[in-house]
Design a protein around this ligand. Structure first.
Ligand code: COA
Length: 158
C-alpha cells in the first residue's frame, strides 16, 4: 500500500558528519538562538555526546536532537521540529528516542532547561515524564526582556 509509513519521519543517529545538517535544522527551529555548524560539530565530537536527525519520507530533515551523557547524568542540549512538521507527534518521538538512548548508555537522570514562556515545550516535557527541579531567573535574553529557565529532570527507570 502506498502512503506515508507509520514511523515517518524516521529518526536516525547523527554524528559529526551530519553536524551541518543538524545545525541547519536547529537554526530553523531557534531563529533567535542560532547555533553555528562549527559549534554543533564541536558538541557532537565531545565524549558522551550524540545527535538524532528526523528525516521525512523524501529524505528531508525535519527535526533534530542533541544530547550528552556524563556518568549517570544526561542532558538534552537542543531539540526541535521544523515549524511545518510540528503537532504531528515528532517532538514526543524525539524526546522518547533521546530517553531510550541515554538510558541505554547508563544514565539514571536526564536534565534539560526550558524557557518559562515556552508553553509547547513545557507541555511536551510534562507529558514525557519530566518534573521541575529548579528555576534560573532571567536566564534567556530576549528583545522584550529576560525570561527564566526551568530545569527539568527525568529519572530512569521510572
Ligand atoms: C517543542 C517542539 C519540539 C514540539 O514539537 P512537536 O512535534 O510539535 O510536538 P508533538 O506534536 O510531539 O506534541 C507533543 C505534545 O507537546 C505539546 N505541544 C506541542 N506543541 C504545542 C503547542 N503549540 N501548544 C501547546 N502544546 C503543544 C502538546 O502537549 C502535545 O501533545 P498533544 O499532541 O497530545 O496535544 C516544537 O514546538 C519546537 O521545535 N519548538 C521550537 C524549538 C523548541 O522550543 N524546542 C524546545 C526547547 S527546550
Amino acid at each position: 500500500m502506498s502512503g506515508v509509513p507509520d514511523d515517518a519521519p524516521s529518526i536516525q543517529p547523527a554524528g559529526v558528519l551530519e553536524g551541518r545538517v543538524l545545525a541547519a535544522v536547529q537554526q530553523l527551529c531557534f531563529p533567535d538562538d542560532r547555533w553555528e555548524a562549527d559549534f554543533v560539530e564541536t558538541l557532537l565530537g565531545q565524549p558522551g555526546s550524540f545527535g538524532l536527525l528526523a528525516v521525512d519520507e523524501v529524505g528531508a530533515p525535519v527535526g533534530c536532537a542533541l544530547a550528552r551523557v556524563v556518568g549517570e547524568d544526561a542532558e538534552i542540549l537542543t531539540i526541535g521540529v521544523l515549524p511545518q512538521a510540528r503537532r504531528g507527534g515528532l517532538g514526543r518521538r524525539l524526546v522518547r528516542a533521546v530517553c531510550g538512548e541515554v538510558e541505554r548508555r547508563g544514565a539514571t537522570a536526564l536534565f534539560l532547561e526550558v524557557a518559562e514562556d515556552n508553553d509547547a515545550a513545557r507541555m511536551l516535557y510534562a507529558q514525557s515524564g519530566f518534573a521541575q527541579v529548579g528555576r534560573r531567573p532571567a536566564y534567556y535574553i530576549r528583545r522584550e526582556g529576560r525570561v527564566a529557565a526551568l530545569v527539568l529532570r527525568h529519572s530512569f527507570p521510572n
